[in-house]
Design a protein around this ligand. Sequence first.
Ligand SMILES: CC(C)(COP(=O)(O)OP(=O)(O)OC[C@H]1O[C@@H](n2cnc3c(N)ncnc32)[C@H](O)[C@@H]1OP(=O)(O)O)[C@@H](O)C(=O)NCCC(=O)NCCS
Length: 184
Amino acid sequence: MKIDASRFPALKAPPEVQQPPKPPSKSLITLSTLMMPEHANHLGNVHGGVIMKLVDEAAAIAAMRHAGSPAVTVAMDSMSFKQPVQVGDLLICNAMVTFTHRSSMEVEVHVTAEDPVTGETTHTNSAYLVFVALGADARPRAVPTLALETDADRERFEAGAERQRARLARRDKERRFSTPPREG
Ligand SMILES: CC(C)(COP(=O)(O)OP(=O)(O)OC[C@H]1O[C@@H](n2cnc3c(N)ncnc32)[C@H](O)[C@@H]1OP(=O)(O)O)[C@@H](O)C(=O)NCCC(=O)NCCS
């Protein structure tokens, strides 16, 4: 699919030059948002979709930091919610790039809910997303390689490579079944 670059004046990518490798820690960001009544259902539980949007935003910032250019979400792995998030909680998304290929980057997002009164925190879920860096022509562009500085960086990279292989295999399989579902 091709994005029409002229429709997005904000898509101001710097010229594509080979950038030096960057460690994952350079992309690390924290996005904290106070959960308000408009984020929740009638029971006071925050909608899963609201959490997914914040996860996507946090991951996008980490990806753009790493790429040094705009980036778009190309895949989001399945997400399950272990604990409810309540109105009044602070939702904290910590995001970091874990794996890169040519133009794609995997970002891990770790989500916690904090009761700002008691300081109690709960890990609600973790998620993996894949972003693609875009050039000024709105086509995929190369990202800096990851400088793996610690054993944890290397383990995350290997695990990310494995997940990406599985995603691409799934994508290729789904392409073969791309007609809409129907009865019978
Ligand atoms: C992102 C986009 C520009 C990529 O275009 P494309 O023609 O598919 O480009 P390619 O096939 O070269 O894929 C680009 C990269 O994405 C990766 N990729 C593509 N589909 C993927 C998937 N389902 N899962 C994981 N990675 C995927 C490819 O492996 C490739 O990575 P690499 O360059 O590191 O090897 C295009 O798919 C697009 O515009 N998608 C919509 C994005 C969007 O609107 N997101 C929501 C709002 S931000």
